[in-house]
Design a protein around this ligand. Sequence first.
Ligand code: HMG
Ligand code: MG
Length: 303
Amino acid sequence: MTERDVRVYEVGPRDGLQNESTPIPTDAKLRYIGLLADAGLREIEATSFVSPRAVPQLADADELMARLDRRPGVRYPVLVPNLRGLERATAAGADAVCVFTAATESFTRANIGMSIAESIDAFRPVMTEARERGWWTRGYVSTAFGCPYEGEVAASAVVAVARQLIELGVDEISVGDTIGVAGPADVRRVVGALVAEGFNRDRLAMHFHDTRATALANVSAALEQGIRCFDASTGGAGGCPYAPGAAGNLATEDLVYLLEREGMNHGVDLDALLAAARDVSNTLGRPLSTKVGQAGGWRVPVP
Ligand code: HMG
Ligand code: MG
């Protein structure tokens, strides 16, 4: 990796679709994932092995992972909240897992029915097994900037949870603006605190939701702070069902366009990505709300 290399971590099939109430056929999800790989994405978060009652939209996780056409060089992480989820993920052929907790107690309770400390205890055996198998692992810290129940969040709370996840052995921490309230100054504050506390920038990813149109500004701030992995959802759908007010992930097409103009290496073909965005938009039955999804890439007119 050079200074100009950025990882675009696609969360559309998981975070993008998890909050949709209309059932989406597994075939449509598999086609979407295939188009994302066609566009050059190398990390595609495919689904979640959570309680089907908690997230009915992803109840087909077992079938989806078992039928997935795995492309060489592409990682397909899945969310697992506990050992039950790890067992299901294993049976379905997964080899990269994400555990997920938050910086605030109320959100963690609403989302996974545990306190933060209980979530870390639940993840310990999951992480031990995953690491023994040599799997790639990620830990999410949600509500890192604001909580739908507790309001503003101190950077020290983010640092405390992130440290516990690193101690469990996760390869990477994804710092989440779950309800899309952060601005660039918040990004500088939280990333600055993590770096000051000794976290390696290469093990940090940022997960922005574009609820209030600040996601790209936040990406710019994080890029300036040396962060080189960004989560995004092609088509811009998404949000956590247990975070009232969560809406729209940062759209991958908007992110890729910004990275392009910043001269960063991202490995994604924008035209092919827009084909994936149109596909998911057709599946969801609504037009793309993303800027680059509507405008397309910029073609310099030939005189
Ligand atoms: P619970 O009800 O508190 O606890 O759920 P439980 O252990 O008593 O389980 C209840 C039922 O779920 C039982 O079934 C279990 O067997 C079953 P019953 O006996 O009642 O029929 N169960 C499972 N079934 C399938 N797979 C499993 C599993 N575990 C238990 N793995 C639990 C606790 C954690 C399971 C539940 O709260 C849950 O699944 N929550 C997931 C919520 C979720 O997926 N939220 C969205 C992802 S987080 C997010 O979007 C934020 C992020 O994008 C970053 C950001 O934006 O900040 C990552
Ligand atoms: Mg999210």
